[in-house]
Ligand binder design. Structure first.
Ligand code: CIR
Length: 262
């Protein structure tokens, strides 16, 4: 399932620091964020996939977080519904890009449903769907109904009691029946039957990573998690993410990864 064909990214814009953030890590250096984005793109390319880099979009300070703007599968793409006014409209930036690949196989989450791509994590024909401060029960229900028509199943993960942005902020499915997660997510009922690797509390940020073909790309500077993953048999590539993290973005948030055979 990690045999992706391409990824869609967007360069962080000059107004990057004006995006949504809890702000606890300080203000990012925009130039450095843009360089880190270039490194991220290079890391994806080194795994053997095509990477589309869309131009920076100053109207939307958070628009480099393309993962939130669409959910793609090998059968259908789903346009989400942002709840925070600052991000409403980003989905319209992504829609024409996606139409070029999916034509009319695009479905849309409707208000009062809200849902952001960061709350969706996929293992083959199965989705983990976060219900969070950004994705409400109605958005999750609509998503499950849509993808159910295309043969996918869903498990809802209610993370509203946990101080974390999105489901994917704290977990990733990395293949080989393995989930990596932060300590706060260790007991999610949806992990039944999976091998679960739990990061240290101090390395919770590294629970957000992406698997491309046979490599897991993870943020630089999390040695314990890197060791855990290597010992579990994964090939690892690291890339610097410090400035992206300051805007509450994880490594997966910077790309939409498109499967083959759509
Ligand atoms: C936001 O708060 O919406 C952005 N500053 C960060 C979005 C990160 N995206 C993600 O977790 N998928």
């Amino acid at each position: 399932m990690f045999d992706y064909e391409r990824a869609i990214t967007r360069t962080p814009c000059d107004r990057f620091t004006e995006g949504l953030t809890h702000g606890l890590l300080g203000k990012p250096d925009v130039k450095l964020a843009q360089r880190q984005h270039e490194r991220y793109v290079a890391a994806l390319r080194s795994c053997g996939i095509e990477v589309i880099v869309l131009p920076p979009e100053n109207e939307f300070p958070d628009s480099c977080f393309t993962e939130d703007e669409v959910i793609v599968t090998d059968r259908v793409a789903v346009i989400p519904s942002f709840c925070r006014p600052l991000r409403q409209g980003e989905e319209n930036l992504m829609r024409p890009v996606i139409e070029a690949y999916y034509g009319d196989r695009i479905e849309t989450i409707q208000k009062p449903g809200t849902l952001e791509g960061g709350d969706i994590c996929r293992d083959g024909n199965h989705f983990f769907v976060g219900i969070s401060s950004r994705t409400n029960e109605e958005g999750a229900r609509q998503f499950a109904e849509i993808v159910g028509r295309y043969g996918f199943t869903c498990d809802f993960c209610d993370i509203r009691g946990i101080k974390i942005l999105h489901l994917s902020t704290g977990m990733s499915y990395i293949g080989d029946n393995t989930v990596i997660c932060c300590p706060a997510f260790r007991n999610l009922p949806a992990y039944r039957g999976y091998r679960v690797i739990v990061t240290d509390e101090a390395e919770a940020y590294a629970a957000n990573c992406v698997r491309i073909k046979d490599t897991v790309i993870m943020p630089e500077g999390f040695p314990n998690t890197e060791k855990q993953l290597r010992e579990a048999g994964f090939n690892i590539l690291t890339t610097p993410m410090s400035e992206i993290e300051k805007q509450d973005g994880g490594l997966s948030c910077l790309s939409v990864r498109m499967p083959k055979r759509i």
